[in-house]
Structure formats: C-alpha cells, structure tokens
Design a protein around this ligand. Structure first.
Ligand SMILES: [Zn+2]
Length: 191
C-alpha cells in the first residue's frame, strides 16, 4: 500500500545550495540504481537507464535536476527512493562527460568499500581500466572515429560514508584500533 502523496511545497532553503549531482548505488560491487535529486523538493527520482543518467549528469550544473525533467513526474509525487543506509550511495562527479558511443562506463566497488574503480567496456566486451589502455585500444581500432582518449574519465564517485553497511565500518575501525594499540604509548614512572 502506498500512502497518498503528501504535498510538500518545494522550499529547499539552505540545503538547496548543496550540490546534488545524480547519485547511484553500488550493490554487490556495482551500480544497480541511478537516481537524481530534485533541486526544488529534494526528493530522489530513479533514473531508468545509465544513458539517461549520463545525459543528466553531463550538464547537471548548467541544467539542475527537477522532478519535471522525468516524464509524468512532478514535485507533488512521492519520492521514488529515499536516501538512507538500506543501500550504499555514491555520488558521481558533476558534469562528468557521457561515455563515448560504443563504450559503457562501469564501476566496481572494492570489498572494503574504500573506493569504486571505474572502467570502460568496449562493444566487443573488452575492459579498459586506464587512459593508456584506452589510447592503445583506439590506436588499434582506427575505425572508431571522433573519439579520443580525453573523452574518457576515470574519476571515481564519492562513497557516502553514512550508507556503508555497518559490518564493513566495524571491520575498518577494528583495523584502526589495532594500529593505534601498536604504538607504544605506555608511560612508566622510573627513577
Ligand atoms: Zn521535485
């Protein structure tokens, strides 16, 4: 059952000034939902495809996201998704360029949630992990026109610390503790 939509008048106040690039969530190592936050009502809207998401992302500063950029949606509709720790959220760099045609950008989350590693997949399924790999691939494939190595971006999104699963956080802090206790901080009185 869905609650009837509560009308929230769109006043963002100060929080509106915060940068809200579209976000994604990694699950089991990769992203499975794309979302963008409305600058007016601050609700999150699910973006149906990676391509649409990349379209929005590439001009997000010049053309901020509003609910009505999603078909048949307005600020009066309930949020598609809530920002909370039931999933891990990561924020892409705003205005990150769209993947060149024939390439798909993908992200792998490290097991310790420390970082997402971006890579590109070619139409033949080859994974390219660095700009150098891209450059040599383009060299080997002169039939790919109007694409240069600078069209690819290996910036990794920011992982929202407050949405990292507790178990991972615990492990990380256990590590830290070990480190601290390794230090010799005993003070002994001696004469
Ligand atoms: Zn809205």
């Amino acid at each position: 059952m869905r609650k009837p939509s509560e009308k929230v008048s769109g006043k963002g106040g100060q929080s509106n000034s915060k940068k809200c690039p579209p976000q994604k969530r990694p699950s089991q190592g990769s992203v499975d939902i794309y979302a963008a936050q409305c600058q007016e009502c601050l609700k999150w809207r699910v973006i149906d495809s990676q391509e649409e998401f990349e379209d929005l992302r590439q001009n997000i500063t010049e053309e901020p996201f509003y609910c009505n950029r999603k078909p048949n949606t307005s600020c009066d509709d309930p949020a598609d998704i809530e920002y909370d720790a039931t999933r891990t959220w990561v924020i892409d760099k705003p205005n990150l360029r769209k993947s060149p045609e024939g390439f798909k950008r993908s992200l792998v989350l490290r097991k310790d949630y420390s970082k997402l590693d971006p890579y590109y997949i070619t139409s033949s399924g080859k994974k390219l992990r660095t700009r150098n790999e891209i450059a040599s691939y383009l060299k080997e494939h002169p039939e790919i026109k109007d694409v240069s190595a600078s069209d690819f971006d290996f910036a990794s999104p920011k992982i929202m610390q407050d949405t990292i699963p507790e178990i991972v956080v615990k492990k990380a802090s256990a590590k830290k503790k070990t480190k601290i206790s390794n230090g010799d901080n005993r003070i002994e009185a001696s004469s």
